[in-house]
Design a protein around this ligand. Sequence first.
Ligand SMILES: [Zn+2]
Length: 418
Amino acid sequence: METFIISLFIFFFTIERIVSYGLAELNIRYLRKHSNSMPDFFKGSIDDETYKKSVAYTFDKGKLSRWSMTMDTIVTILFLFGGVLAWLEHWSASYGLGEIWTGIVFMVGLGVILFFIGLPLDLISTFRLEQKHGFNKTTPRLYIADKAKETIISIVISIPCLYLILWFMMATGTIWWVWAFCFIMAFQFIMLIIYPIFIAPLFNKFEPIEDCELKDAILDFCKTAKFSVTGVFRMDGSKRSTHSNAYFTGIGKSRRIVLFDTLINEMTTQQAIAVLAHEIGHYKLHHIKKMICIGSIGLLAGLFVIGNIYNYPPLFNAFHLEPTNHAALALFLIMSKSFTFYLTPIFAALSRKHEYASDKFAVEQTNGKEHMEAALLKLTKQNLSNLTPHPWYSAFHYSHPAILERVKAIREIKARRV
Ligand SMILES: [Zn+2]
């Protein structure tokens, strides 16, 4: 049985790696092929220099992601077959703590190792890649402060959560995973309320939008779209990077729309309204609720799987581990990626469908095809997004449609009001 488990995992893992590397390689080659000639579609709206910059940026990002994939492969192999997990298990048991605290020491140890493995690539990404292409505004001091805050928050949040989950596993019998599910759902719900109000402000400043023209336009728009605004905020994203974005977050009283200052500074009022309308579209069209539902089904399925294998001895024997609850969690965390990977294109396709629908909503509500299009092109320029992703790559990975398809779809929308 042990051999079967190992072979099954290696089979899925190998195909996953081949597909990942293959798609990334295709994407880079496609980029190289188009690197000297921008698609005619963009002529007039994007200049050659920006195009060249976007090619160079995508190319460098591709190189870094190749490194990160290789690192991931090595880490998975070392953890499962190189004895790292077994060593960690031995080490955490050596303190002679109770079952739950041994589990916590084990999981925290795992987290620390993964943090330090990921750190060099994170540093290279911020201070080399983003710096080289003119995006980075993070100083080393801010970087360290961010990491310190993230560490403290994750300790404060994850240790009690881990304690409870390990306790459910120990104390509530074979249906522990149902309890764990209810707890995680409640926790996520609370986080939806807490995050925008208490956690996000630790990293950024959020100010209600005061600019009169924009503010009036926002209020006007919300009235026509019958959307009660609880807050539209400007976030000082420019303190870390010149990348620009907008997002919708929170629930109930903490529900809010956040526009990056980099976006507000670059866009006209009507373009900013188009972006805002798109975000409200996600809410109005129930995309957020749908995604939360799908996420919970995924979570329940995952917990059901762990619930059924967590005391199956051959699984632990296969990787030379003791059959403990924390080892089951760690195995699941490391191995499940190779299986859930195959669902990526399905979720990406669903997310792209939502993006098209939200664009349509925004255009219809604002009667502003050209503003939506201009806003998207500005975002594309500002973020130096890849204008020519390989169709297979974007179909598999892209949560947002490639810009060319997106603009084409916008042009085809029939305005409702004239
Ligand atoms: Zn969207």
